[in-house]
Design a protein. Structure first.
Lengths: 138, 309
């Protein structure tokens, strides 16, 4: 199966197989007007299987979302058919409106305009806690 | 802008600075009686807490300042649906410093993020109550002359007791602290507190349900109330509420210089016969709470450039 190379845009590569759609949703790529391709279960010498997302436009991407969902993914920025930037990701220190606090006693449960902010408190065990009530993210 | 939302917002050095100021206030109250002349403290109490509110108000009056505010959400704009963020912005136009009590966890942090004046967390639900911890620390310091090298027993509701979690957190930064956790099985200290605080700081601790067996080794005994409001099931509350009642006979093996603390209010977990024992410190603790709040108000106003200190 072939998908044409993009000339100007973004390729999110080395996505753990099965996480492509989740990233598509969290990055809200359905709202874009440009072409977006999700390629699932591509053979990969390194991962066995991987997903790839190709976006046919150079748009700002929320790297924190990708870093949280799949820190092993890479983000390549393409210009005039050449890779001009290749970013390796890591767990972000802070997530805004990616995770949502489920603690009914948290101030976010009653103040709807508040952004849901989670901070990384234990990188080794991938633990995020709500900025306001410190409840651990599930 | 410096605020006090969590006890860990202050370093050990800053806590010592507060303790030193509080001690100086105790020794020279007149020297502080006009330090906050012309300044206003706003006590924004979205849920009733008479003792904490009065302590803040007494602290501000003893500094020569004034107090404005409300004591329940019904008498505030929150009843009309105003957000905490907007309340903080509005009150910043009227007062010099805010003390906020709120039933929702994290509300004082939201206030601090939006206010242009210092915010003090006066209790946010079951989350934090840092000024109670300040009162606890000054009490221990004045009784022991130190905050390091001692064995502290926590007894009662260690599961829901936020004052216990905060004090353990604060003491974890001092040398030579050992902790004894005394509770019924159902009210044991949550595992995340043990992992994140005690194990993280290599603090030796033991868990037991038998208060008398470990009494002789304690330098400080921090008693807590089993809080009815934390239980969904009345039967569980009734079964556990009398788990520990400190009576004079239980102090037979205790050290002569043991310090007994309690964040109050007490129900029946400390017999009134203990009140006359020189080791009972819980009413002094209330008074020290006021002095620490005075020191805190001064420090935050000074850091905001609003007080000469």
């Amino acid at each position: 199966m072939n998908i044409d190379a993009i000339k100007n845009g973004i390729v999110i590569d080395h996505i753990t197989a099965g996480l492509g759609m989740k990233l598509y949703d969290l990055l809200e790529l359905e709202s874009l007007d440009c072409s977006v391709a999700i390629i699932k279960n591509v053979s990969s010498p390194k991962l066995g299987r991987k997903d790839i997302i190709k976006i046919d436009a150079d748009i700002p991407i929320n790297l924190n979302v990708i870093g949280y969902v799949d820190p092993g993914a890479t983000v390549n920025r393409i210009r005039d058919g050449f890779t001009i930037e290749k970013k390796k990701l890591e767990l972000p220190e802070k997530l805004v409106n990616v995770l949502f606090c489920k603690n009914p006693r948290c101030i976010t449960s009653t103040e709807q305009e508040l952004k849901h902010v989670f901070k990384l408190t234990d990188r080794k065990n991938r633990i995020y806690r709500c900025l306001y009530c410190e409840t651990k993210a599930n | 802008m410096k605020h006090l939302i969590d006890i860990l917002d202050f370093s050990v050095e800053e806590l010592q600075e507060l303790i030193d100021t509080a001690n100086d206030i105790i020794d020279h109250p007149k020297a502080y009686s006009e330090r906050c002349k012309g300044k206003k403290l706003a006590t924004l109490f979205f849920e009733p807490s008479t003792r904490t509110r009065l302590s803040f108000e007494a602290a501000m009056y003893d500094l020569g300042g004034n107090v404005i505010g409300f004591s329940e959400a019904q008498s505030s704009s929150a009843a009309k649906g105003e957000s905490v963020a907007d309340t903080a912005k509005v009150i910043s136009c009227y007062a010099d410093i805010i003390a906020m009590r709120h039933p929702k966890e994290g509300a004082p942090l939201v206030a601090a993020m939006n206010a242009s004046i210092p915010v003090i967390n006066a209790g946010d639900g079951g989350h934090n109550h840092p000024t109670q911890t300040l009162a606890d620390l000054l009490t221990i310091y004045r009784e022991k002359g130190r905050l390091s090298n001692m064995t502290v027993g926590f007894c009662g509701d260690l599961k829901f007791g936020r004052t216990v979690h905060s004090l353990i957190n604060a003491l974890s930064r001092y040398e030579g602290i050992k902790v004894v956790l005394i509770s019924p099985e159902e009210l044991k200290l949550p595992s995340y507190v043990k992992k994140d605080i005690l194990k993280e700081h290599d603090i030796p601790y033991v868990q037991t349900s038998d208060l008398e067996s470990i009494m002789s080794g304690l330098d400080v005994l921090y008693m807590t109330r089993v809080q009815r409001e934390r239980f969904f099931n009345e039967e569980d509350y009734l079964r556990l509420k009398d788990s520990y009642i400190l009576t004079p006979d239980k102090l037979n093996n205790a050290k002569t210089d043991l310090s007994i603390l309690h964040p109050l209010p007490r129900v029946n977990e400390i017999s009134v016969e203990i009140d006359s024992d020189p080791r009972a410190c819980y009413f002094k603790q209330v008074l020290y709470g006021k002095y620490m709040r005075m020191a805190l108000i001064l420090k935050l106003l000074k850091e905001a450039g609003n007080c000469e200190y």
